[in-house]
Write a protein that binds this ligand. Sequence first.
Ligand SMILES: [Zn+2]
Length: 449
Amino acid sequence: MKWKNKPFCNKCNQEFEVPYLWCPNCNNLIFIHPITGPPIEKIELKSMWSLIPFLPKYEQQITLFEGNTPVIPIQNMENLKNLNLKLEFRNPTGSFRDRASALITSDILSKNFSKIISASTGSFGISLAAYSAKGQISSTNILPKQMDLAKIEQIKVYGSEVIQAGKNLDEAISLANELTLSKKSYFPTPNNNLLTIEGQKTIALELILQMKNIESIIVPRGSGTLILSIYRGFQDALASKWISKIPKIFAVSLKKSDGAFLAESLKLENPFLINEVNSILKLTEGEELQIDASEMTKDALDLAKYEGLFIEPASASVISAAKSLIQKEQIDPKTSVAILTGSGLNALNVFASQMRDIKKVVWGISEFSTQRFEILNLVAEKKANHGYAIWGALGKKKSLQSIYQHINNLVEDGLIIDTIPDQKKALYILTNKGQEMLEKMRDLIDLGK
Ligand SMILES: [Zn+2]
């Protein structure tokens, strides 16, 4: 891989070949001088790789034809009419992360690594798994325990090994770090990889090619890397005289921490980027908007019903924000664009729980609920009715002790009952409450099929 302009740390004045986002010596954010590309009329946009003059050069590119996602205006929602939407969920695996994965996996091949270990929450994991498959790189994904089943299963489909460990992303990342050292594999840490920024910046460059005049852009804040990426893309465009001024950047985050599972990607994962993002907002005269998790999910459903676009709840945060910006006349919808980052198909369970009005149990949201469901099913169908048999029927994959723990919980919750409590060995049947619970859970599964 060859850089156009080499990454450097302006604090300790050192250049790097490795795509660090943070300086390994002084922890400063790594910088790349804006790249001057060809005149705008020389670019014919076919995919992200049409923007090669702005990207590092690889001997071998891994691509699934990412980028060149369409921009279309809102037509039927009156309060958002004419607002432009950049459909990033039209990328190969349903998210803007594919732009970063194409560069990261191309880098892995050029460095002759055969194994990749990554830690991420969801979309990035799915994306890296698909691109690893294309490059025939063996991949392992370390995911936090609380994850949407739709995402886990997609990662497995691409042949990636999944390890669920850690309560949150930070714990998963530190485990991935340890494994990487012991197995000598490539560890991309997407949130700490400069190639993530270089790939995602192509969103900004494409927008300039696709829209005549952009005054404002609305972006989910998330870990901050997308905002940094878009700003860097506009900087390249400015250096190439494609634009004369960088558009206003509006960042969207969640109001409360509840419902955070709806929007894992809106959680601030990299506190180091806080200052950077805040200064970008200030420089471009944009601002940060905070919205409600419930409003966001409603807007995602409206977008599907009125515009035919099915996106993740987290991605709909920009729609909620745009509504208030238009209402306050802070933006003109015709010259504004909102980035729709991820597909609704990656968050089916969240929608299932919303549409069926079942708030407590969301199929697949955790391994805990899944195990409970499996045990209830076995008892209901009389396939196993005591601890040891249930353990066997579940393939003895978990410890016997953990199965007993689940059974005890189900008894405490009144979902199953021991029919011979005075004998040493228990025989369980479902209670009416257990039957009701099981039916509710089955309802949710039908949607996933
Ligand atoms: Zn430094």
